[in-house]
Design a protein around this ligand. Structure first.
Ligand code: KIV
Ligand code: ZN
Length: 521
């Protein structure tokens, strides 16, 4: 193994991932995710798009200050004020990077109305400017996979001559396929003078479900940086999933002899946390991190796995940080056992947090005979989603439904310092309960998503509910878990309203007011 086989992992969960409609994260959540990525061994963290909003700028600056190992990168369009703003944000980092881009395909060239020569001049000017500010400059020809090859070679050469140290080749619309992805990198490495002096990166979107395959093909052809996101979060069908490319390189090292610096045992913790803060649930059969990824339910599979795990398992759950034995806890389990179990699941708790979770765990264990790992994860998600300092708090809910009559809900809720009760009818229990919330707290948010999942099997299973609301272009998500599905629904709804309130008041800088279009050059 030589260094030339080292692949850098560039995580853009906080930029391309967060850009996905509805995935907005708070300032504190971004800092937490950045710290987890840094601890996991990500080489470069794209922390945001500093010119997009005050919130993005503040998050990138703070992440730059806090990062211990990773390069911290800020995105900028091909405009001098964008690049200055990105530099202002990342300059606090031990290892800062400016990433500047422009759309080079015919369709993208038409937007700023630049001809080929004018665009080439703009690339020279902006990359030179970025390089005068920062030693580490990444340049991307957006929509590279639909750009004429001659023109792509010409602009990549200009960017390298102007000082770019990484050239990223984005498949912006998820259009390419593995062979073409490899050929494109090979073509650039062969034809562009100076290509051997820079790192080539691959940045794939998943519109045709080929992002992981396209990224790996690019690496086999010579790319040495993969751009990706946790859980494949990102616009439309998302970006290349970090966990997929990293585990593919680890498991199939025999045919892809490349290494990364990722501590793969941190994957599941990050996946859960990103799902929680973005409000995007992970699909059950998602590769590597889906709930079913290591589950063997069919008789033949179970039998095979019991005899020899390798029969049906190509990697161990522990490799991604999942503990293998899902041994249930119960009402007799003590605080130390809970702490140890949560640690196994990727949650390290302080004493106060543990005290609070222990009370919730005991309440759950009283209602449910066996508390499984999935229940504890749901409990953790619920506790971080809804806190005692929230403006709106659900106190008591009673619902009467069935018998062909409209459902009736009676809800007591704290609104600030006041406790109020109301009764409403509805078309089913959830509708009636949500009508109570709306009667107690006036708002104009509309419900964009309402999703219920059973955490485990059995009729006493907890339900996790996700709710997404939209108000004046701001989006907020809420999640809650309870064995009472209607109560979980109301808590998730109220949780989303609390987050909208925070966004309205903006006590902490948030990134929900992106006024800058990626395409206005
Ligand atoms: O998909 C894309 O082209 C991008 C660029 C900004 C790199 O995200
Ligand atoms: Zn992208």
């Amino acid at each position: 193994m030589t260094d030339t086989n080292r692949v850098f992992i560039f995580d853009t969960t906080l930029r391309d991932g967060e850009q996905s409609p509805g995935a907005t994260m708070s300032h504190a959540e971004k800092l937490e995710i950045a710290q987890m990525l840094d601890e996991m061994g990500v080489d470069i963290i794209e922390a945001g798009f500093p010119i997009a909003s005050e919130g993005d700028f503040a998050a990138v600056s703070e992440i730059a200050r806090q990062a211990q190992n990773a390069v911290i990168c800020g995105l900028a369009r091909a405009q001098l004020p964008d690049i200055d703003r990105a530099w202002e944000a990342v300059k606090h980092a031990r290892r800062p990077r400016i990433h500047t881009f422009i759309g080079t395909s015919p369709l993208h060239r038409a937007i700023p109305n630049l001809d080929m020569d004018q665009m080439a001049d703009r690339i020279h000017e902006t990359v030179t400017h970025a390089r005068n500010l920062c030693e580490d400059v990444q340049w991307s020809p957006m929509d590279a996979t639909r750009t004429e090859h001659d023109y792509l070679c010409r602009v990549v050469e200009i960017a390298i001559k102007a000082g770019a140290t990484t050239i990223n080749i984005p498949d912006t619309v998820g259009y390419t396929a593995p062979r073409e992805s490899a050929d494109l990198i090979r073509m650039l490495l062969t034809r562009v003078p100076g290509a051997d002096k820079v790192v080539f990166a691959t940045h794939c979107h998943n519109d045709l479900g080929m992002a992981t395959a396209n990224s790996l093909a690019a690496v086999e052809a010579g790319a040495r940086q993969i751009e990706c996101t946790i859980n494949g979060l990102g616009e439309r069908a998302g970006n290349t999933a970090l966990e997929e490319v990293v585990m593919a390189l680890k498991v199939r090292h025999d045919i892809m002899p490349y290494t990364t610096a990722i501590d793969t045992t941190k994957i599941i913790g990050l996946s859960r946390r990103v799902s929680q803060v973005s409000g995007f649930p992970v699909q059950f059969n998602k590769a590597i991190v889906g709930k079913n990824a290591f589950l063997h339910e069919s008789g033949i599979h179970q039998d095979g796995v019991l005899k020899n795990v390798e029969t049906f398992e190509i990697m161990k759950p522990a490799d991604i940080g999942l503990n293998e034995a899902n041994i249930a806890m119960g009402k007799h389990s003590g605080r130390a056992a809970l702490r140890a179990k949560l640690k196994d699941l990727g949650y390290e708790l302080g004493d106060n947090q543990l005290k609070d979770i222990f009370v919730r765990f005991k309440t759950l264990a009283d209602r449910k005979k066996e508390v499984f790992d999935e229940d504890l994860v749901a409990l953790m998600q619920d506790s971080t989603a809804n806190t005692d300092s929230d403006h709106l708090q659900v106190r008591k809910l009673r619902v009467v439904c069935g018998g062909g009559e409209p459902a009736i809900a009676n809800l007591t809720m704290s609104v600030g310092d006041e406790e109020k009760t109301v009764e409403r009818q509805g078309d089913g229990p959830v509708d009636a309960a949500f009508a109570c919330v709306n009667a107690l707290f006036d708002h104009s948010a509309t419900l964009q998503l309402y999703q219920v999942h059973a955490v485990t099997e059995g009729t006493d299973a907890q339900a996790t509910v996700s709710v997404r609301l939209e108000e004046d272009g701001r989006i907020a998500t809420g999640q809650a878990a309870d064995t009472d599905t209607i109560l979980a629904s109301v808590k998730a709804y109220v949780g989303a309203l609390n987050r909208l309130l925070v966004r309205r008041q903006k006590t902490a800088p948030d990134s929900d007011s992106k006024t800058v279009s990626m395409y206005s050059h």
